[in-house]
Design a protein. Structure first.
Length: 202
């Protein structure tokens, strides 16, 4: 919510829990929840430490702070902000794709994680929008993005240049991807993160 991320909500993640009800549920079944961390994976996740014994003391300050933060973030006003931001990013990315095609460039993708399918759905992307997706994982190469038919390749037969656009679907690895793209295609390649429409030049 805070980072305005939308593409981690997909079929492999069957349940989504906030801390407050989990805390109550664990206590009700006899668990002592003694600490909790917020980790960066998937845009922000909870790592909860609990046990049946009383060996560790509950970190009351940490727990109280997290519950208060959740109450500030998870409300109707913040949900509306999240929806507005997601729509803004979608329109920004679609506009950049349209402009690239209009100027005679090609649009490629980079990285084919599971969330690529959801991103294509939300951004209304298909083979007419994205020519190919470049992927480092050999197990995915030679396949297609489900439903949308975009081919996944290890390298493209075309020379990517400054007129083209690369959409980074694996935006959580954007720093390393920019380094790889710079090695493969040189400088001045335009890369756009599908997380928020931010444009990078290699």
């Amino acid at each position: 919510m805070k980072k305005k991320i939308y593409d981690t909500i997909y079929h492999e993640h069957l349940d989504y829990h906030t801390f407050s009800p989990l805390y109550k549920c664990l206590k009700d079944v006899g668990f002592n929840l003694f600490n909790v961390d917020i980790v960066d994976s998937q845009g922000g996740s909870l790592r909860i430490y609990c046990q049946k014994s009383k060996l560790y003391t509950e970190n009351k300050n940490r727990i109280k702070k997290l519950i208060n933060n959740e109450n500030k973030i998870l409300n109707e006003k913040q949900l509306l902000k999240w929806t507005t931001a997601s729509t803004f990013y979608k329109n920004k990315i679609r506009k950049e794709i349209f402009t690239t095609h209009k100027l005679g460039g090609k649009v490629y993708g980079y990285g084919a994680p599971t969330k690529t399918v959801l991103t294509c759905k939300l951004l209304d992307l298909d083979i007419n929008d994205v020519y190919q997706i470049i992927e480092d994982n050999s197990l995915k190469v030679g396949k297609f993005v489900p439903k949308y038919g975009i081919p996944i390749v290890s390298k493209t037969k075309y020379e990517i240049n400054c007129n083209d656009l690369i959409l980074c679907f694996a935006w959580n690895f954007i720093d390393n991807i920019l380094i790889n793209l710079r090695k493969k295609f040189g400088s001045k390649i335009k890369v756009m993160s599908v997380q928020n429409g931010k444009v990078f030049l290699t």
